[in-house]
Write a protein that binds this ligand. Structure first.
Ligand code: NAP
Length: 290
């Protein structure tokens, strides 16, 4: 079994990006600039945005965090998005999800200019992804593709099961794995909560990508001998022994599954750091495309 080390892969990507930023600024241009809009005070969202700012600093990007109160109205947020869409000093921006319940997330995503949608969530970017046209691929599936690429994992002709069909992970992941690319060219099944015979289906997968948010859901009997298993899940569970008071638990029962796998990613240090690196790649791309 080989562990898919997202931390070291993402470090490589950051170094590559930092080199490109040096060239950009040496040539007299301003560095790429990412903005993040944070509405409310959700603890996990605050952490995610803080990491994004730190990542920007590390590679030499500029970053701006826009904090808005929990009571921000939909119209106020839409007005802020309008401002960011037209601000020439900002190459790309994200609106950290989830939003407070009184704000319609779809309406917000639809308002973001596709050219600045570095999260790759808006219909134009998802449509381009389906057609294989230049786009911003949403960060988590893009990070997983990069992990497969950097570990030279053969995907062509393989049976790939993607478990979970969210708009931000499972669905774009299934599209990417089925496209005529490398990695890609897999025969993909997109499974979800209504899928029948899930154990047998997962056990038939050469590549199993799990993004459901159910702790340790995938057990050893659901995994084929020699399979590649990618665990996207990250659920916070209370843990008094940790300084933070919690730990992240994945969707895969790692300890019991790992010995059956040729490659496996662990919830910590696997997909998460690759997701962060992908957002930087998208921001650099947005800067290049201006
Ligand atoms: P989501 O929007 O919560 O959707 C969950 C998906 O899993 C749905 O399609 C649901 O099916 C399916 N599902 C739920 N229970 C299931 C079951 N028992 N059997 C089969 N399918 C089931 O998910 P998400 O936003 O993609 O997040 C999934 C997990 O990935 C979470 O733990 C999240 O924190 C993590 N995540 C990690 C990263 C990272 O960078 N590491 C990034 C994004 C997400 P239905 O559609 O039928 O309801």
């Amino acid at each position: 079994m080989q562990l898919l080390d997202g931390t070291s892969c993402s470090q490589e990507i950051r170094q590559e990006i930092a080199e490109q930023v040096k060239t950009i600024t040496k040539n007299g241009d301003r560095p790429p600039h990412l903005a993040a809009v944070l509405v409310g005070s959700d603890g996990a969202s605050q952490n995610y945005v803080a990491w994004k700012v730190k990542d920007c600093e590390e590679v030499g990007f500029a970053s701006t965090t826009i904090r808005m109160n929990e009571s921000t109205t939909e119209d106020e947020l839409l007005a802020k998005i309008d401002e960011l869409n037209t601000d020439e000093n900002i190459d790309g921006f994200i609106v950290q999800l989830p939003l407070p319940a009184h704000i319609d997330e779809n309406k917000i995503i639809l308002a973001i200019d596709a050219k600045k949608d570095v999260d790759g969530f808006c219909p134009e970017n998802i449509g381009n992804l389906c057609l294989g046209l230049p786009t911003f691929i949403s960060a988590t599936p893009n990070g997983i593709m990069e992990l497969l690429r950097r570990y030279n994992i053969e995907t062509k002709g393989k049976n790939c099961v993607v478990l979970g069909r969210s708009n931000i992970v499972g669905t774009p992941m299934a599209i990417l794995m089925s496209r005529n690319t490398n990695p890609g060219n897999a025969t993909v099944t997109l499974a979800h909560s209504r899928t029948e015979n899930l154990t047998e289906l997962c056990a038939s997968a050469d590549i199993l990508i799990v993004a459901i948010g159910k702790t340790e859901f995938v057990t050893a009997e659901m995994v084929k001998e020699g399979a590649v298993v990618i665990d996207v899940g990250q659920t916070r569970v209370t843990d008094a022994s940790k300084k933070s008071g919690f730990r992240n638990v994945g969707d895969v029962d790692f300890d019991n599954v790992k010995e059956k796998c040729s490659f496996i990613s662990y919830t910590n240090g696997g997909v998460g750091p690759m997701t962060r690196a992908s957002l930087l790649q998208n921001t650099l791309k947005a800067h290049q495309r201006r």
